[in-house]
Write a protein that binds this ligand. Structure first.
Ligand code: ADP
Ligand code: ZN
Ligand code: ZN
Length: 730
């Protein structure tokens, strides 16, 4: 290690990006010195204050030591030269994301690396790499599996694996063949608009296969909303592509696994990365294909730190990879049966290439919609008698049903009818949810939990009662209502509940799903997690028990989300055309509603997403809402609601002279929908513009004003503020 003292002249100055707190005044990169130049993208360890940090060498044309006191720029401590630098395209992605989402480069770039890298010394990494290389050399054909073993365990190989074999898939349907061919020659992002069960996954698999066979170096990135919810998809990729090395990247991995998988992708040993939104930042030096499955899914938008949209970054990343190359070098494929309105519009105006697959594989019919008018049902009825009967009949024939209710727990609130007491969370402006299973009241916002009181805390009344219904209660009631019915083997009907509570234990979700696939259960009850992606073969009825919340929510995206959810859920039914034909059964989507005339249901009955999208887009255009305008939301958290709002309003005043301001509308600060969480008051301000550049320019300049406003007396007690660009929920 060089002493920076008198040697300044023989030392090279380097710009190094580290995780610095925002507004530390330290700027995007710090200056260090080293005894030789280092390429941008090189990982290093540097001192900062008394600490030692992971850093990334960044480009800084014209950086010099002039003007610095001798010894002022400290020396780089260690250089990770056993791994290649992060390439220019990756750095371009990180700096774009930082700029666009209004965060510091250090925060975005360093958060995009596996956390374990931060604590690793150079020798430790070198040892790890040696171990990984040895393991890979020992079993070259089985990398994929092996990376997905726990980091230090020996790879286990199933006997049946034909080593080195890429399992070929089924022959493509004519629709699939056309879609794939058009995609392979696309010169722009492609939107695969394919109905549920139309074989979109097969298109992804084939696109990956063709690319990897044709280019021995190429890498592919496959993004999925929530990997643990769709173990089937992961299994399909693992099985098909074992020989090419498949690794996953998601939050369920141990830190050691995450680092191993990241390294495999970074070094090119893994050719395929399958992951959730965080995988958009994986280092893939030979990236040539990005697939975003279920591209409309809200989980692609991060809700913390840099609030990036992994789907939008995927489109940017492909474009960046193509800089200076042919436009089709790196392709991006967004797939959905219910695309986001943003992507739909992009396809309508030709910015994206639209690929359509309206038919189900095997020619299976889409479920017929049966609206249940709740105004005409017996009083207090949970499930319409006709629906119950249909479920029972199906179970008797060996078919399965699925019931969707978007609320977990037993009841959303406990109440006393004598004095009006409600089970409110003491720390949030929200009810604590009643969970009967362990007789607790739990707040789903802050985690607060308490025993259910024996009597009403307000008046001593012993008769406190649950109000409303959650999945736990629906399961209980369903078992009671179906007590008389029998399954095909004469046994009582079996109900399975799947939600965040029932699947908390590791592996339990997969186990329960396997039970469903094997026909162990007749009815599946759950939250939206059961609607996503699963390839159930024996479900012929899907029912939404209470969907009306989505019809009249204040959030203008609620109808879009409801439509997508119902169509997704419906897509779990009748996926096996042969089974349906053999059963001679009707595949149905039942929706219980108090508003059967609502236009959303009319479009749903036709499975007509384009009509629904057109109608929604017309409304959005008339109201100048996204995608016809651009939004950002600034949120402030404080000890008091007044302070949170004052910060936003003061900053808005101070922002008057800033660039872009004349193209913006700043709305007054308002409390957030759930105003208080964990004793913190929350307020937000919406900013709207018809010009994205104006919005971007303003936000970049405005951050300083927001920070300055914190020191005003009115904003005393402000804890933090954050900007959310292209917010999903308002
Ligand atoms: P999607 O992702 O569009 O919902 P999938 O890709 O899961 O649809 O396909 C639905 C089912 O059809 C799966 O069981 C899949 O294995 C099967 N499948 C897909 N393509 C074909 C094909 N060309 N021939 C036969 N079966 C297919
Ligand atoms: Zn009471
Ligand atoms: Zn709470």
């Amino acid at each position: 290690m060089a002493d920076a003292g008198d040697l300044n002249l023989s030392l090279t100055p380097l710009a190094v990006v580290v995780t610095t707190p925002a507004y530390s005044g330290l700027g995007p990169a710090l200056t260090y010195v080293h005894d030789r130049p280092l390429e941008p993208g090189t990982l290093v360890r540097v001192p900062l204050g008394k600490r030692e940090l992971l850093g990334l060498v960044w480009e800084a044309p014209g950086l010099s030591l002039e003007g610095l006191e001798p010894g002022q720029a400290r020396a780089v401590l260690q250089v990770f030269d056993a791994i290649p630098p992060l390439n220019a395209a990756w750095r371009g992605l990180a700096s774009f994301a930082a700029r666009y989402y209004q965060r510091s480069l250090g925060e975005v770039a360093l958060a995009a690396l596996p956390p374990q890298l931060r604590d690793l010394q150079v020798e430790q990494l070198a040892r790890k790499l040696k171990r990984l290389a040895k393991a890979a050399a020992g079993s070259p054909k089985t990398q994929g599996r092996q990376f997905n073993q726990a980091a230090d365990s020996e790879p286990v190989m199933p006997e049946s694996w034909s080593v080195g074999d890429t399992k070929a898939g089924p022959e493509l349907s004519p629709e699939q063949a056309i879609a794939l061919e058009r995609f392979q020659t696309a010169d722009r992002p492609a939107l695969l608009f394919g109905t549920t069960g139309s074989g979109k996954t097969e298109i992804y698999l084939r696109a990956v296969q063709e690319l990897l066979e044709q280019d021995p170096q190429a890498q592919a990135l496959i993004m999925v909303p929530e990997i643990n919810l769709t173990p089937q998809l992961e299994a399909r990729f693992m099985e098909r592509f074992a020989r090419w090395g498949v690794v996953s990247l998601h939050s369920g991995l141990t830190p050691a696994q995450r680092l191993d998988h990241w390294l495999a992708a970074h070094q090119g040993r893994a050719r395929i990365v399958l992951g959730t939104r965080m995988a958009i930042f994986a280092s893939l030096p030979q990236l040539r294909l990005i697939v975003v499955d279920e591209e409309h899914d809200p989980s692609y938008k991060s809700q913390e730190g840099a609030r990036y949209s992994a789907r939008d970054l995927a489109v940017y990343r492909a474009k960046r990879e193509n800089q200076g190359r042919a436009p089709g070098h790196c392709r991006v494929l967004l797939g959905s049966a219910t695309p986001s309105l943003e992507s739909w519009r992009a396809a309508e105006i030709g910015r994206y290439l639209k690929l359509e697959m309206p038919q189900r594989i095997g020619g299976g019919a889409l479920p017929r919609l049966r609206l249940v008018n709740m105004n005409h049902q017996p009083k207090q009825c949970v499930l319409a008698p006709a629906l119950l009967e249909s479920i029972a009949e199906r179970a008797a024939r060996g078919e399965q049903s699925m019931l969707l209710l978007n609320r977990r727990g037993y009841a959303p609130v406990l109440a006393c009818h004598a004095c009006g007491w409600k089970s409110d969370c003491p720390h949030c402006s929200a009810h604590a949810v009643f969970h009967k299973i362990d007789r607790t009241l739990r707040c789903h916002h802050c985690g607060y939990s308490s025993r259910v009181p024996y009597a009403c805390p307000g008046c001593g009344n012993l008769d406190i009662a649950p109000v409303g219904r959650g999945t736990e209660q629906l399961e209980e009631q369903l078992v009671g209502l179906l007590a008389h019915a029998r399954r095909a083997d004469g046994e009582p009907i079996r109900v399975l509940r799947l939600d965040a509570d029932s699947t908390r234990a590791k592996g339990s979700l997969e186990q329960q799903l396997a039970g469903m696939h094997e026909g162990e259960f007749d009815v599946l009850v759950g939250t939206q997690m059961i609607a996503k992606g699963h390839d159930f073969r024996r479900i012929t009825l899907v029912a939404s028990v209470n969907a009306d919340g989505g019809l009249f929510a204040s959030d203008y995206r609620a109808p879009e989300r409801l439509f997508a959810l119902l169509l997704q859920a419906a897509g779990r039914a009748g996926r096996d055309a042969e089974f349906v034909a053999a059963q001679d059964t009707a595949v149905e989507l039942w929706v219980q509603t108090w508003y059967p005339e609502h236009p959303l249901f009319v479009a749903l009955a036709q499975h007509d997403y384009p009509a629904f999208a057109t109608q929604q887009l017309e409304e959005r255009e008339a109201a100048l809402m996204p995608p016809y305008s651009f939004q950002a939301l600034v949120r402030a958290e404080a000890r008091t609601q007044e302070a949170a709002q004052a910060l936003l309003n003061l900053a808005a005043q101070a922002g008057e002279p800033l660039p872009g301001r004349e193209h913006l509308t700043l709305y007054p600060a308002v409390p957030m929908a759930i105003q208080r969480v964990a004793n913190v008051e929350r307020a937000q301000m919406l900013i709207e513009s018809d010009s994205r550049p104006a919005l971007q320019a303003f936000l970049a300049a405005w951050q300083e004003q927001l920070q300055l406003a914190r020191s005003q007396p009115e904003a005393k007690g402000v804890l933090r503020w954050a900007i959310d660009v292209d917010p999903l929920a308002i």
